[in-house]
Design a binder for this molecule. Structure first.
Ligand SMILES: Cc1cc2nc3c(=O)[nH]c(=O)nc-3n(C[C@H](O)[C@H](O)[C@H](O)COP(=O)(O)OP(=O)(O)OC[C@H]3O[C@@H](n4cnc5c(N)ncnc54)[C@H](O)[C@@H]3O)c2cc1C
Length: 240
């Protein structure tokens, strides 16, 4: 699995479909002009170039769909309170066009070298993991993969059916949802992802660790992984 990013270019993306998939969270599908064939590595992202009162602003979103989806791609975007781009993109109508720069990013899957893999995310930080984990499972079905993902409430779980399908198809894939504010019906893990990682793993020396989400969580899990034995160069992070 190459870490080399494909060459980024500017294009136009048309919103083709929009679905509410969790609280304030949308699955958005875009299509590039038919003359283009999108190529990207699992884990990479697209940057939107948006106009804000005459000024150009950029916001990035990880590809949540497979690289071999022709000239279309999916994103999972959560509306941030008072957030400019997330509200603009989630409020857009089908048919609306945007200027984008793609693909970008170096947060990609590395050859596991017979190691196990632990993926840790909070919220929309799982977006790049759809493609990364699928790629890893396809190329290395023998390796053990755990995904620990944190949300607040049960209604915040993002595309959980897709993860359950992964788990059914791949006995080596383990999904651990964690809620920081569970209701009384929740039977899974609760608390913060850091605590659950600490509870599940006493030794991470044989793991590659991929972490994606808000900067504070990323730094804490990064430190934790290293303290549990993961070599620094086998901890890969993306901060949102
Ligand atoms: C490489 C990369 C990939 C990303 N991929 C995704 C993705 O797949 N899906 C996705 O939803 N986001 C993703 N993000 C985050 C995204 O780029 C924006 O930062 C996010 O949508 C907020 O932008 P905004 O313009 O709506 O908010 P802004 O107008 O920039 O911010 C408004 C307010 O909200 C606060 N804020 C900003 N972000 C957050 C947050 N995440 N949680 C709580 N408060 C916040 C700001 O501090 C500010 O006070 C990614 C970021 C990076 C760097």
């Amino acid at each position: 699995m190459s870490a080399a990013a494909k060459f980024p270019h500017r294009s136009r993306a048309t919103l083709e479909d929009k679905q509410l998939v969790a609280t304030d969270t949308y699955l958005l599908r875009y299509r590039l002009p038919s003359s283009e064939r999108l190529k990207f590595l699992p884990g990479q992202y697209v940057t939107f170039i948006l106009d804000r009162g005459g000024k150009s602003v950029t916001r990035s979103y990880s590809f949540a769909s497979d690289p071999d989806s022709g000239n279309s791609f999916e994103l999972v975007i959560k509306k941030v309170e008072s957030g400019f781009a997330s509200n603009l993109l989630c409020g857009a109508l089908v048919g609306q066009e945007f200027t984008v720069l793609l693909p970008l990013g170096r947060f990609v899957v590395h050859d596991p070298l017979s190691r196990k893999a632990l993926f840790v995310a909070t919220g929309t930080g799982i977006a790049p993991f759809f493609t990364m984990i699928r790629a890893l499972l396809a190329e290395h079905p023998e390796i053990d993969i755990t995904l620990v993902v944190g949300y607040r409430h049960p209604a915040d779980l993002i595309l959980n059916d897709r993860w359950l399908a992964f788990a059914r198809a791949s006995p080596n894939f383990h999904l651990v949802n964690v809620l920081s504010r569970p209701d009384h019906e929740w039977k899974g893990e609760s608390g913060h992802v850091q605590d659950v990682v600490r509870k599940l793993f006493q030794d991470l020396s044989q793991h590659d660790v991929y972490i994606c989400g808000v900067p504070e969580m990323v730094s804490e899990v990064q430190d934790l992984a290293v303290s549990l034995g993961t070599p620094k160069e086998r901890v890969f992070v993306e901060r949102y």
